[in-house]
Each structure stands twice: as C-alpha cells, then as structure tokens.
Design a protein around this ligand. Sequence first.
Ligand code: GMT
Length: 378
Amino acid sequence: MKIGIVCYPTFGGSGVVATELGLELSKRGHEIHFITYSQPVRLELLSNNVHYHEVNVPEYPLFLYQPYELALSSKLVDMVKLHHIEILHVHYAIPHAYAAYMAKKMLQEDGIYVPIVTTLHGTDITLVGSHPFYKPAVTFSINKSDAVTSVSQSLKDDTLRLFNIKNDIEVVPNFIDLSKHENNFTDCQRDMMATEDEKIITHISNFREVKQIPDVIKVFYNIQKEMPAKLMMVGEGPEREPAERLCAKLGISDKVIFFGNSNEIDKILCFSDLFLLPSLTESFGLAALEAMASGVPVISSNTGGIPEVNISGVSGYLSAVNDIDSMSKNAIHILSDAKRLATFKRNAKEASKKFGIHQVVPQYEKIYEDTLRKCMVL
Ligand code: GMT
C-alpha cells in the first residue's frame, strides 16, 4: 500500500508512534510518505520506500496566525496526486483530521478517492479538542473519518463521553520495538551518572503542566531522604525552569540532572532503576511503556489509560493524582530491597511484551485494508 502519514514531528508521543509505525510499515513492504512541517525526530533513515514531504507555510504580514491547515491540505492533495497515495493516516485530530477531510473533498473533485484513518492520541481529545472553540470542528472531523482509532480504551471512553461521535472507534494500543530495549545492563555507562550505591530515578516528558513536574521533584525529594539517589529529568518544556528552581529551593540541585531533549532515551533508561509519571491525565503513557520495555518499574498516577499499561503491584504502582505520599512510599518500597527491585524490573519488562510492535502494527494494516475495501464498495 502507499500510505500517507500526517503527524507532529516534534518530541511527543503521537509523533513517535506515527514515525515508528511508518518505519515498521515500510519494512513490511509498504511505501510510506510522511507529510508534516519538519522531519520527524525519530525519522533518521529515509529510504526508497520512506519519504518525507515538508509542509511550508509562507509568512504573510496580514495574517496574525499563519494558515497551517490550508497549507497542509494543499500539500496532501499534491502528494496524493503525485505519489498515488492510497490512504491517509492522520495522528492527532487537531488540525490533521480536519485538513485531511478538506484534502479528501478537493481530491474528489478530480475523481480521486482517498480514505482517511484518524488516530486519537490524548490531548487532542482530553485537553485541547474538547474546548468549546475547537469542539465542533473536532467532532465533525472524527465523524467524517473513514476509520477512527484510539490508543487506549480509556481514551475511547473519554471521546464518546465528550463528543457526539457516530463513528466506531477501534482501540489500537501504542506499541514498542522491544528489540531496541534489549539491554543486558552491562554497557550502560551507569557509573558516569551515579555511584554504585545511588539509585537512579528517571522522568521523561515534554514538561507541560499536565505532567505534574513538581510532583516528580517532590517524590524524588522523599526518596533521596531515605537512600542515596539521583534524578534524571529528560525533555524540554515550559515547566523545566520552575522545576530547576524547585530543586534549588529544596537543596537537591546537585542530585538532579536536566538533560533537555534526548535521542538516547534507551541509553538513559538502560541505567535507570525507577520511572516516575505522576501526570494529571495521560491517554496511554508511551514513556512509561518505553521504561518498562527497558526493565524499569513505573511509579505513576492512576489516570486515563495508564492502568492499561502499568500494572499495580507488578510492573510498578499506581496512586491517585497528586498523592505524593503514596507515590513516595511505593517508590521507596521497590527501591529499598534489591531482590524486590530485581523482581519489579523483570515484571516490568515482561508486562511490556504485550505491546510489541509485531503484535500491534498488523492491526493498523488490517484497518487500512478493511477501510480501502469498504470505500471501494461504497
Ligand atoms: O504527552 C503529551 O503531552 C504528548 C502527547 C502527544 O500527542 O504527543 O501524548 C499523548 O499521546 C501519546 C501517544 O499516543 C500518549 O502516550 C500520551 O499519553 C498522550 N498524552 C496525554 O494524554 C497527556
């Protein structure tokens, strides 16, 4: 199949999932066209069946906001015609599903029919999409998609609760290439980060308010009172600076390393003992799954789709949002006993296997095939 993938190219779960999906589909013989405003961060290798088409938005002083949707839908029309793309898979409803629908309508004028698969990722529904300013357009574009998927059952339930949806929504969970996390804990250069007796705690996110960064710091503050420990903070976003200030205020700056964005997540996870994800809301928690695949237990909130990934008492523990005491106690419980920590590490890795790339990507292939077949019949 010739598949067009539209996503956000920056650091963030939806772009990562879209990129990994495209790369795996290309390995399975499909021709993949990424269409977005800059090269997706995990898209390192372009090959003869992986293409990247940049959407450019010319600046014009009349516009307070440059019309990205317009440029994207025009680019989609051009790329579908030029490369004979058969199906468009858009990740994140805003504004991708909307732009894809416009492209589809324009193409129909020329007798070309290209179906749209929309994958809902989380904030496009829970935080941004349900805002009254966007809701009618988001509802419309979900209902006009030829197939809709969501990354967890929880996100599907949220979508049906918050919007008037007439389409079916199929749950296709996020996935991970387990082979990329096949570390044996010997080549991690752990000693560059911490002494042998220090536990390494890690948090990875885009440092938005929803990630509850102060809770990460406070839980770590409680942990380091009980045992020698270091905190690895990976990612960039508006909450980074306040977090650095909070560390200084608590007197723990020398124990916290802020990495910024990193393409070496697997290396950082390789030497981590525990992962913290205390988010306010989280449709899935791809970062938690990546941690688990690297054998890192997860202390998280019990919000949204996280309980579908992190199994309390097995791969880590779940606590109510903002329950810092409970998260700290659970973290200390896991870390304070070497045998227990080893068991949680093994369990976390085992639990991640359910989300292997080879189990999940065929589900998307089937959706493309069914959608193309359905659209041919209509
Ligand atoms: O977590 C973010 O803020 C980024 C956002 C995105 O779209 O990139 O993540 C959402 O999609 C990820 C991939 O499906 C999920 O793993 C995240 O849980 C989800 N984030 C939220 O729901 C807050």
